[in-house]
Design a protein around this ligand. Structure first.
Ligand code: NAP
Length: 333
């Protein structure tokens, strides 16, 4: 059986383009015992994939040129050689960007679509929800009455961070890249304040005005000048979980900025980077909590769904131009 796949065609220098990718057809292997044939339903595109396009040492191995991009995908079992999986079951796992693929039973986890729609296992009940919840609570340690600022606030991680900050009794301030995102954060997702960084000339002042009591927790999704501006407003004993640095992922030169150590020193602040898998022991409990908040209507969520497997590269590139509100997902058909 033949299927379509999307490969990394070349390593991008700076911002990736459509030429970074190539679509080809490949032959699927015969099913062996313990394997399943899967049809992709929803594909996750994520900013971290940009890092894997570089030939550089990181927490995840680089993608290989000429081989398919690999990402988190919800798929349906089409044929099974495993007693635990039957045709029609929906599963999630790390799979190649292919319309259909063969996986071993150990590479898939069944999902329960009675709790939430299948695509939510790529976001609120999956990696980005866990990142928001565990990064904020374990490193940020928000306490009622404190001010939590989050950048990338209208994205998959950011919109969950702000809502959990509200659940914890904090003031939530979001930073995002359009007036419409600012409106959504305040009107639909319960943020107390939101700032459009693209139309604000003095971010340091705008943050000071939105955070009259200073910043106790800064959940950093973007890095760069936005983060410099937020960090200049931190309080004594502030906590800064470093989750992502998307504004720097396509940099071709070593980014320079203010030296932050004097400020961290004099405000006795904590800045800590994390990779979500550091917290894997807490995944099960955190996923249960997220599902509970979703069920209770305390945690709302939205997705930007791009239609069609062929659109995977476009959807990925859209993350760097802010095309998404909530999680960017590609629906196969
Ligand atoms: P996302 O926020 O849903 O999508 C990316 C968003 O980043 C875009 O919508 C865009 O929104 C914003 N952006 C793009 N370029 C920017 C720039 N130059 N300056 C400021 N904002 C920019 O993505 P996500 O999946 O939730 O991830 C958010 C961050 O968390 C990323 O940096 C990602 O790498 C990181 N992350 C880390 C972990 C971990 O384990 N540490 C896990 C998941 C994600 P605007 O319209 O607001 O510009």
């Amino acid at each position: 059986m033949k299927t379509k796949q999307i490969l990394l065609d070349s390593r991008p220098k700076g911002t990736p383009t459509l030429e970074t990718f190539k679509t080809e057809t490949t032959e699927l292997p015969e099913l062996k015992a313990g394997e399943v044939l899967l049809q992709g339903l929803y594909y996750s595109v994520d900013p971290y994939m940009r890092g894997r396009m570089n030939d550089a040492k990181s927490y995840a191995a680089p993608f290989k040129v000429g081989e398919p991009i690999v990402g988190r995908t919800v798929a349906q079992v089409v044929k099974s050689q495993s007693p635990n999986l039957k045709t029609g079951d929906e599963v999630v796992g790390m799979f190649p960007w292919q319309e259909a693929f063969v996986a071993s039973k150990d590479e898939v986890s069944k999902i329960d679509t009675s709790i939430a729609p299948a695509s939510y296992y790529l976001s609120i009940l999956g990696m980005t929800g866990l990142t928001a919840h565990l990064g904020l609570t374990i490193i940020g340690k928000p306490k009622a009455g404190e001010t939590v600022v989050v950048s990338g606030a209208a994205g998959a991680v950011g919109m969950v961070v702000g809502q959990i900050a509200k659940i914890k009794g904090c003031r939530a301030v979001g930073i995002a890249g359009s007036d419409e995102k600012v409106r959504l954060l305040k009107e639909d997702f319960g943020f107390d304040e939101a700032i459009n960084y693209k139309t604000t000339s003095n971010m340091q002042k705008a943050i000071a005005e939105s955070c009259p009591d200073g910043v106790d927790v800064y959940f950093d999704n973007v890095g760069g000048e936005i983060s410099d501006a937020v960090i200049s407003n931190i309080n004594f004993h502030a906590r800064i979980p470093i989750c992502g640095q998307i504004s720097l992922y396509n940099s071709t030169e070593q980014p320079m900025g203010p030296r932050l150590q004097p400020l961290l020193l004099t405000r006795s602040a904590l800045m800590q980077g994390f990779i979500i898998r550091n917290f894997s022991e807490q995944f099960q409990e955190a996923q249960k909590q997220l599902a509970q908040w979703v069920k209770e209507g305390k945690l709302k969520f939205t997705e930007t769904t791009v239609q069609g497997f062929d659109q995977l590269p476009n959807a990925f590139l859209g993350l760097f131009t802010g095309d998404n509100v909530g999680k960017m997902v590609v629906k196969a058909k």
